[in-house]
Design a protein around this ligand. Sequence first.
Ligand code: ZN
Length: 180
Amino acid sequence: MNYCSHCGKPVTHRIPDGDNRHRYVCEHCNRVHYENPRIVAGTIPVWNNQILLCRRAIEPRRGYWTLPAGFMENAETTVEAAVRETLEEALAEVTVDGLYTVLDVPHIDQVHMFFRATLTDGQFGAGEESLDAQLFGYDDIPWDELAFPTIRETLEHFIRDQMEEHFPVRLGDIRRKLGQ
Ligand code: ZN
């Protein structure tokens, strides 16, 4: 950040009084510009014992498979964000069945949340940001072509948990898992 988004004057990067971290501070209007993690919300859309995945049409990881997910918008709930992303990326309407994974990704300042969901009518397709959308049986997940570690983590838990039809919320720290 170079300029204050409130008044347009240059900002400095320093620890404000009473704080313990560096922040972008505007010395003109005294505004402190806090930067905090962003939430990515998505679904695990299921239909007849298959999981709907999308092949990404955009970078990063173009051509790789992902669960439908994306950044939350202001003024929406996490469930609304997950449902919206599923409609946008997989053209699929879903009913949300519950929160499933909450995965911290601290090295890129994100939290990823995935909800279990069921397709409402079995309809789906490739949205603007997808090259393809396809249902995969639990034994046919394209493990070597998954887009992101949080997708793998979520699917690994889900495949294991669906065998016992018991889905506790799974918390995880992807940084630790990657050994970073
Ligand atoms: Zn300012």
